[in-house]
Design a protein around this ligand. Structure first.
Ligand SMILES: NC(=O)c1ccc[n+]([C@@H]2O[C@H](COP(=O)([O-])OP(=O)(O)OC[C@H]3O[C@@H](n4cnc5c(N)ncnc54)[C@H](OP(=O)(O)O)[C@@H]3O)[C@@H](O)[C@H]2O)c1
Length: 345
């Protein structure tokens, strides 16, 4: 017997990827229900070789649904995730609405799968920000061996991180520029085509942006509260996959060769690191893939026990949909939930 799974935001970038990943990984489902806003009722989405019709979230009864993969933005999550959790359905929430709540686990299965057990307090598990997810996958094995004290990271984040509207804006502006027309700017705070924007999410009082703050706070919650992290988050004109230039400072001496060896054996990581043309991962290589790619590993001689590397991953997959499905797999594999239809029988 399988699980009844609802996907909220099924017409969006992340929701569509969730449906694809559930099918690809043969997730044990009895039924999959794609949900979105009223605007999308009746729209068709793919689930493996099946076509499903989208239903409205606001009219859906979750009382016999086992798992809800929630990916419709913070406002929808704030209103709906607690209600769905209270109806006995476990919510895996992709928004930032609950990530920082002490009674909601924030999970990247390769890093802190054991913390999942805390989900019972509210029936909500949070998925991290896309830039944090790939970063902690790469940091975890290095932290275990060398003890990371400080991280300096600069991100190069694709437009799909800003949803369908972000991708449409890059597409529209690029076409406009090639047709000698004025590129209209609606979604991003500046032109993104043939440009980049050092500003993601709102500004905070200390001058950092909220996206940068999220990386600091989430890394502490998932990996280790003692790690200090400073981030500069930049939107770049790439459709899919986020890249990160990372510098770490460790307690223990670290060499590039040791780091390479440890990362090669780490779950979820793929090392591509040859010092030659194309001997590294680019966003194009990572798009559509599950791995967090690590390249350009080298010692950073400007600090004691320092290392620099490059890290790339598909933000819609490891940064969102894949991580959410992996969390659901942890719940099932550890027998933390069982199908409600079976429990009632
Ligand atoms: N993109 C990423 O890299 C990424 C990574 C991590 C987390 N996330 C998070 O994932 C969520 C979705 O991101 P996305 O990139 O998939 O956005 P998106 O492409 O803009 O899709 C948004 C989805 O939410 C649905 N929705 C909007 N308002 C709704 C409502 N009132 N009731 C029900 N459904 C509603 C939309 O349905 P309609 O089509 O009917 O409007 C659509 O299916 C956000 O919380 C985002 O922060 C995204």
């Amino acid at each position: 017997m399988g699980y009844k799974v609802a996907v909220v935001g099924a017409t969006g970038n992340v929701g569509r990827e969730m449906l694809a990943i559930l099918a690809e990984r043969g997730f044990p489902v009895s039924e999959v229900i794609p949900l979105a806003s009223r605007r999308s009722v009746g729209q068709e989405v793919s689930f493996g070789d099946k076509v499903l019709k989208v239903k409205a979230l606001e009219h859906f009864d979750f009382s016999d649904t086992d798992i809800c993969l929630m990916s419709a933005g913070g406002t929808v999550s704030k209103e709906w995730s607690p209600k769905i959790g209270a109806a006995g359905c476990v919510v895996i929430d992709n928004s930032s609405a609950f990530r920082y709540d002490s009674d909601v686990p924030l999970i990247v299965p390769e890093v802190n799968a054991d913390a999942v057990a805390g989900f019972t307090k509210r029936n909500i598990i949070a998925n991290p920000n896309c830039s944090t997810a790939q970063l902690v996958v790469a940091l975890k094995p290095l932290h275990d061996r060398f003890g990371i004290k400080r991280v300096v990271v600069s991100t190069y984040q694709s437009v799909s991180g800003a949803g369908k509207e972000g991708m449409d804006e890059l597409d529209r502006q690029t076409k406009a520029l090639y047709s000698m027309k004025d590129p209209e700017t609606k979604k991003f705070p500046a032109r993104i085509a043939f440009n980049l924007i050092p500003h993601i999410d709102v500004f905070m009082e200390d001058g950092y942006t909220k996206e940068e703050w999220k990386m600091t706070v989430e890394t502490k919650k998932i990996l280790d509260p003692k790690i200090k992290l400073t981030a500069t988050c930049v939107r770049v004109p790439v459709f899919i996959a986020h890249s990160e230039a990372v510098n770490i400072e460790c307690e223990q001496p670290i060499t590039a060769e040791e780091a390479r060896e440890i990362l090669r054996a780490a779950p979820g990581v793929l090392v591509i690191d040859k010092q030659e043309n194309g001997g590294y991962a680019t966003p194009l290589d990572a798009a559509g893939e599950d791995a967090t790619y690590v390249s350009r590993i080298r010692e950073d001689a400007t600090v004691e026990n320092g290392l620099a590397f490059w890290c790339v991953s598909d933000n819609l997959r490891k940064g969102a949909a894949l991580n959410a499905v992996q969390i659901a797999e942890v719940l099932i594999n550890r027998k933390l939930i069982q199908p409600r239809a079976k429990a009632a029988a």
